[in-house]
Design a binder for this molecule. Structure first.
Ligand code: HXC
Length: 297
């Protein structure tokens, strides 16, 4: 469904399937924050495409319910671990436990935290609350998996979910922007450092993909939908499956020459914000004519 702004789009199989159903067969993927939101949508899609997934998060009941849903799609496809990625010891224990069952082929860094605030009101604890998840937690999991791949001499694949403001920065979400920019730097740095050993790292920078968690936290009720949509050239928000399919593509061996790259998926939103003359879309035909005459004069 090409919705305009639906708070929680259904996991839509309304899009034509762009991949072979066994695209990710024999791939084992760890998804941080895989119990809800975009992590869940991506996890479900990876399972549909043949992958086995391990999801981690802080809430056991949420993880168990999501894993059960995934196992309904394909029996035995999903496992879960309770793990707060802010805790390096918990991360090490989880990665040990995961590897005891079988080595991973890929890591999907999806877990994040964010709140909208005037930056001068943020306490140091508020800054740490965001950076400890987004930057530190992501680094802990990535390094723990990378170490294993290097020791085992196995190829690895790390895909991190950023935001478009990792590249531009953004007012009112400064710790999040700092953390996401840090993951972007990690992606590019490790793509070079580990690339020669068969480990590649890429990132996706999504624009607005509605989820219950982020939407409630980030957009005050009543914020004009129209105003938000007007920022996006395509005039709509993203469908979860569109993001999930991009993740599947980057996790597949067939995209194996892509390394150190970040792909925006935002309907052109950030470019519209950046372009100096984007506001000219507000001009009526009469005003265009007037401009033309002015120019001639
Ligand atoms: C200012 C705030 C605040 C707010 C909390 N704090 N909310 N300050 N404005 N809105 C302050 C608190 O007062 C406290 O400081 C400190 O932050 C820590 O607060 P806690 O509630 O104790 O934090 P914690 O329990 O650690 O939880 C933080 C969190 C949590 C881990 C980030 O919110 C969370 O689980 N979020 C996950 C879900 C989420 O955020 N999803 C959105 C991701 S979207 P003091 O000094 O008072 O002790 C994303 C991309 C956005 O990342 C893309 C948009 C299109």
């Amino acid at each position: 469904m090409l919705n305009a702004l639906n708070p929680i789009p259904p996991f839509a199989n309304t899009l034509v399937d762009m991949f072979q159903r066994d695209l990710l067969q024999n791939k084992r993927v760890l998804i941080t924050g895989g119990g809800t939101g975009l992590g869940k949508s991506m996890g479900r899609r990876l399972v549909e495409l043949g992958a086995d997934v391990v999801i981690c998060g802080r809430r056991e009941e949420v993880l168990a319910a999501t894993a059960a849903e995934f196992n309904d799609v394909r029996k035995g496809a999903a496992r879960w671990h309770v793990c707060d990625i802010r805790d390096p010891e918990a991360v090490a224990a989880m990665v040990d436990a995961v590897w005891k069952v079988a080595p991973l082929d890929a890591l999907l860094n999806n877990a994040a935290g964010n709140f909208i605030a005037k930056s001068e009101t943020l306490s140091h604890r508020a800054v740490d609350a965001i950076l400890s998840v987004v930057l530190h937690g992501t680094a802990y999991v990535t390094l723990a998996c990378g170490r294993r791949w290097l020791a085992d001499k196995r190829p690895g694949n790390v895909l991190s979910i950023l935001t478009t403001y990792a590249m531009t920065g953004s007012a009112y979400v400064v710790p999040s922007a700092m953390g996401k920019a840090g993951i972007l730097a990690m992606t590019r740095s490790l793509a070079v450092e580990w690339g020669s050993q068969g480990i590649r790292l890429n990132a996706i920078a999504p624009g607005p993909f509605p989820t219950e968690g982020a939407w409630k936290r980030l957009f005050p009720e009543g914020m004009a939908e129209k105003r938000m949509l007007s920022r996006i050239p395509l005039g709509r928000v993203g469908e979860h499956q569109e993001l999930a399919d991009l993740a599947a593509f980057l996790l597949a061996d067939q995209s194996g020459f892509i390394n150190g790259e970040t792909i925006a998926i935002d309907g052109g939103e950030w470019l519209k914000g950046a372009g100096q003359f984007s506001m000219m879309e507000e001009l009526s035909d009469d005003m265009w004519e007037q401009m033309k005459q002015q120019g001639k004069g």
